[in-house]
Design a protein around this ligand. Structure first.
Ligand code: GCO
Length: 252
């Protein structure tokens, strides 16, 4: 069973921390050349140095996934610096939490732009190279909020539902060319995005109580799903949504 990623070039957006960094490290450990991304070149370089210190092949590519010119400039540069992309992990995401009556349109647009529009445009940018070589992997990091909802996060929930739908559509269009497109739906993981929730005793108790495993997820526990989908071992999985939530959405 081949879980190795030797010779594959993987771009993981939002990979200087949290789930993205865990995925990048796991893919590097399987032999991939990982391209580290965030808006900060300093953060990207620091992460690259750490990964290279662990013996991995890593490159920095700072751009704002939600900013068109920044994204397009970086992808143009990609062709010259590291070659095409074999594996795209659309991980970068933001969230805004507010009651409906206080939820500003600008916040709605920002969340949809980063969490849904950017993954679409990045997929559109890297797909031609994948199609040309007859092999590719696009992995969209959605959320259990792509399957259910929660009050006060309408933009995030809508963006993640949209990302699951985008995954299915691209899987249909790119599958004939040897490119698989799948989503991973994380449950509640101990990431910076969730620090305010983990600090809230009631919310922390709710997550632990609603999750059969009784705890928040560790980012390293999500990485295996990404490696599987990126590898040849996962080569017949296409258009799927792989939920990694400790059993939360399986339970009443
Ligand atoms: C929240 C959380 C969720 C995340 C969760 C599951 O505000 O409820 O941030 O929206 O999506 O980590 O992925």
């Amino acid at each position: 069973m081949d879980f190795r990623l030797d010779g594959r070039r993987a771009l993981i957006t939002g990979s200087t921390r949290g789930l993205g960094l865990a995925i990048a490290r796991a893919m590097a450990e399987q032999g991939a050349r990982v391209i580290i991304n965030s808006r900060s070149i300093d953060d990207c370089q620091a992460t690259v140095e750490a990964l290279m210190g662990e013996g991995h092949d890593a490159h920095a590519m700072a751009f704002d996934a939600g900013d068109g010119p920044s994204r397009e400039a970086a992808l143009t540069g990609l062709d010259n610096s590291t070659g095409g992309i074999d594996i795209l992990v659309n991980n970068a995401g933001i969230i805004h939490r507010a009651p409906l009556s206080e939820f500003a349109e600008e916040k709605w647009r920002n969340v949809l732009n980063v969490n849904l529009t950017a993954p679409f445009l990045l997929a559109q940018a890297v797909a031609p190279g994948m199609v040309q070589q007859g092999w590719g992997r696009i992995i969209n990091i959605a959320s259990i909020m792509g399957q259910i909802g929660r009050a006060t996060i309408p933009a995030y929930v809508s963006s993640k539902h949209g990302l699951v739908g985008l995954t299915k559509t691209l899987a249909i269009e790119l599958g004939p060319h040897g490119v698989t497109v799948n989503a991973i739906n994380p449950g509640y993981f101990a990431t910076e995005l969730n620090i305010p929730l983990m600090a809230d005793a009631d919310f922390d108790a709710m997550v632990k109580g609603r999750t059969p495993l009784g705890r928040w997820g560790d980012p390293a526990e999500l990485a295996g799903a990404a490696v599987f989908l990126a590898s040849d071992a996962g080569g017949y999985v296409n258009g799927a949504s792989l939920t990694v939530d400790g059993g939360m959405t399986a339970s009443l």
